[in-house]
Design a protein around this ligand. Sequence first.
Ligand SMILES: Nc1nc2c(ncn2[C@@H]2O[C@H](COP(=O)(O)OP(=O)(O)OP(=O)(O)O)[C@@H](O)[C@H]2O)c(=O)[nH]1
Ligand SMILES: [Mg+2]
Length: 534
Amino acid sequence: MARRPPPLTLGTAGHIDHGKTALIGALTGRDTDRLPEERRRGISIELGYAPLELPSGRRLSVVDVPGHERFVRTMVAGASGVDLFLLCVAADDGVMPQTREHIAVLRQLGVDEGVVAVTKSDLAEPELAAEEARELAPGAEVVAVSAREPSGLDELRAALERVAAGLPGRAAGGGPARLHVDRSFTLRGIGTVVTGTLWSGEIRGGDTVTLLPRGLAARVRSVQVHDEPVARAEAGQRVALALTGVGWRDVARGDVVCADAEPLRPTYLVDARLELEPGARPLRRGVRVHVHHGTREAPARVHPLEDEDLRPGSPTYAQLRLEAPLVPAPGDRFVLRQLAPPDTVGGGAVIDPRPRKHGRGEETVARLRALERGEEPPPAAGDTARSIAVAGPTAPALDDVAGPTAPALDDAALRIAALLRSDGERPRADADLAAAVGLAPADSAERLRALERTGQAVRVGRGLHFHPEPLEALTARLLAICERDGQATIAGVRDELGTSRRYAQALLEHLDAEKLTLRRGDAHVLRRSAQRGR
Ligand SMILES: Nc1nc2c(ncn2[C@@H]2O[C@H](COP(=O)(O)OP(=O)(O)OP(=O)(O)O)[C@@H](O)[C@H]2O)c(=O)[nH]1
Ligand SMILES: [Mg+2]
């Protein structure tokens, strides 16, 4: 009997408006732009999902990512866990900034295989764009398509089938179950549902799992793959889990569902091999960056272990000192983005997810080299003092971790961040946050300030904070309203977003403060500098 091919997830990539969503629609029959705002504006804001059937009958899971420059972090979350890419380059536009940035993200995540679709080839000759794409993704097959006509779709399916046939998939890797959550919501009659790509292992109904970094316990009530119930989900599949024992607001994008007996732990320190993208500016010791791992991100300081700084073209070992926990395993890939401007500058692979805090030294480098080769490393000096941060019943070991300038976040802060994230576009007031986590207002305010410094909360007016992700999406929607109508008013925004006057006012004032809009009487109008790139 022929062996069933391993499950694979395909991720789209490419500049805004280059026809990713239209192409996935033409291939699968599904419109992955579900939000009303996405449909109205004709751009993707959130990740979209669809199953794609190939000529052999094999099914791939598709993650459709947004191309907008403001949503690269969403793209990175979508791209992590992907096995092959479908890079879309529009025939009439060619390679553009996010074409390059998405390819850099994929390269850093180790997603080297895929197909290039030259889209909209009904509008322009595809040759020039194809030529540019070949330089960017050498080795990938290039297929000219049009979602409008449609044309080239069979050739594209065949090319994807060829790439898929050569990939081993994640199921071969074994290991305990690990799922990086990209969505959490509640369904009537079912309760809390989380979705994500299963990176390793398998999950069955009835399993008990731990949600990291907070260490919450839950039980898997049922498992679905592509909207169909299954007894067991395996690595490489996109999975939806119905969970009991946790509310949907307790879980959010960035959390990790792990098998109960799982040795994974949240950590504030990672020893890694880093590599900068060609053309990136060198990173000085101690510089702050954003580390994107799985669907999670954390600010960190980079401490190169071999040289004073990190330069393109010379990969080096480094210690990442994180300001919020990540949940990595050895060998995991991650992406580094600069804080401002928020560009993708490099990435790397985790070598030791739980090192002690250390500086440079030949001994350290020898140890990492051995670990990377899979050899037993020589014991590190002072190894008894490994600073391991554990969430859950035990408080994180926060001393000696991130240094005085980089506040490590305690469990209360993480709970606040999770609440903000799950509250989404209508976060509860600061006072209610304090009450929800059982802290005095002053203590809660201190946690909020730490979250602001680590990029996990944004103050949007008196007594109100947002998680940056929903805030980014809201900002894009508000700017679109300003663009369409020439201005936005509190009442208009309240009605259009279906929100309250208080949120509408806070958001508009935030746009003014961010220098994206200007107040003119009751109206807020776009500043000229914000009109670029929508
Ligand atoms: N003529 C023509 N237009 C197309 C084709 N594919 C997409 N479009 C149009 O191009 C616009 C953008 O298409 P989308 O599929 O939303 O682009 P996208 O890459 O998903 O955009 P983002 O997700 O926002 O990055 C829409 O107006 C589509 O109708 C095509 O093959 N031919
Ligand atoms: Mg799209």
